[in-house]
Design a protein. Structure first.
Length: 279
């Protein structure tokens, strides 16, 4: 008879396989390069990565933060659940002359020793691991005493947080225990996750201006084609044209509400940038 723990382990493996496949959909490296390329360097700067520092980028994707950290002189390991993103990162790093070690790894069970890194960071990455406390525990565990933990995450109230809220009614229900990604954009939530294991917490909300699209429909179509979570939601309702049309309109309306451009679509996407020092 299969034990409860075996069943839980199997469910977790299935969930992680689903996440891995979702982020392989579309073209997330293009999203990172075309829309949020400045965020990785901003996180690296906030973490004060110095030459010779051992740096771990968790849920690194194609290296939006890992590559700038390497160019700043860090000895960088970029870990991610999705091998397709790591392969994109390898190619991009080579074009930029950045030396990065790429490792396939689950943010909730990192294959690294306690205290192995001077800086542990994640740029729009660890927030998508389903079990927040497990991920936070791993971030703290692999960081050395007095080392730096740096996190950059979309806020619940900001554009991307509201995009996930807009898509939620159209998506399959999340598995038990999975938490919404934008909670990592709440300072209170992250402080609770890290607890008294850290000190010198600095958190600030900032925005990145996105002016890549002429009209709301262009934004919507771009995300339908390139952003894994959006693609997955549309696939879930593909057999229901009415729901597809409704989600199209809801995403268009979301972009319109955030638009402050005059001749084209201009949006400010809010994120939380938080750094802390491990006690």
């Amino acid at each position: 008879m299969t034990s409860d723990q075996d069943a839980a382990d199997e469910a977790d493996r299935a969930l992680k396989a689903k996440h891995r496949a979702m982020w392989a959909l579309g073209d997330y490296p293009a999203v990172a390069a075309e829309l949020v390329q400045d965020l990785g360097p901003a996180l690296v700067e906030a973490c004060v990565v110095r030459r010779g520092d051992r740096v771990l980028d968790v849920a690194a994707g194609s290296g939006n933060a890992a590559i700038p950290a390497a160019l700043a002189g860090g000895h960088v390991v970029a870990s991610d659940l999705t091998p397709e993103l790591l392969e994109s990162g390898r190619r991009l790093a080579a074009t930029k002359g950045a030396e990065v070690e790429w490792r396939e790894a689950d943010a909730e069970a990192l294959p690294f020793a306690d205290g192995e890194f001077d800086t542990v960071m994640s740029c729009l990455g660890v927030m998508f691991a389903p079990h927040h406390q497990a991920s936070a525990d791993e971030l703290v565990r692999v960081c050395r005493s007095e080392g730096t933990i740096g996190l950059l995450s979309w806020t619940p109230e900001g554009f991307i947080g509201q995009m996930f809220a807009t898509m939620r009614p159209y998506a399959p229900p999340p598995p038990p225990g999975a938490q919404p990604p934008p909670l990592w954009g709440s300072e209170e939530h992250v402080r609770a996750l890290l607890g008294d294991r850290v000190t010198d917490v600095v958190a600030r909300r900032q925005t990145v201006t996105v002016d890549h699209f002429d009209v709301p429909e262009a934004f919507r179509d771009y995300f339908k084609a390139r952003y894994g979570p959006t693609i997955a939601v549309y696939r879930a309702i593909a057999d229901d044209p009415e729901r597809v049309g409704a989600l199209d309109r809801d995403l268009d309306d979301l972009a319109k509400r955030h638009d402050h451009g005059t001749e084209s679509l201009v949006m400010d996407w809010e994120y939380l940038l938080l750094t802390a020092r491990k006690k």
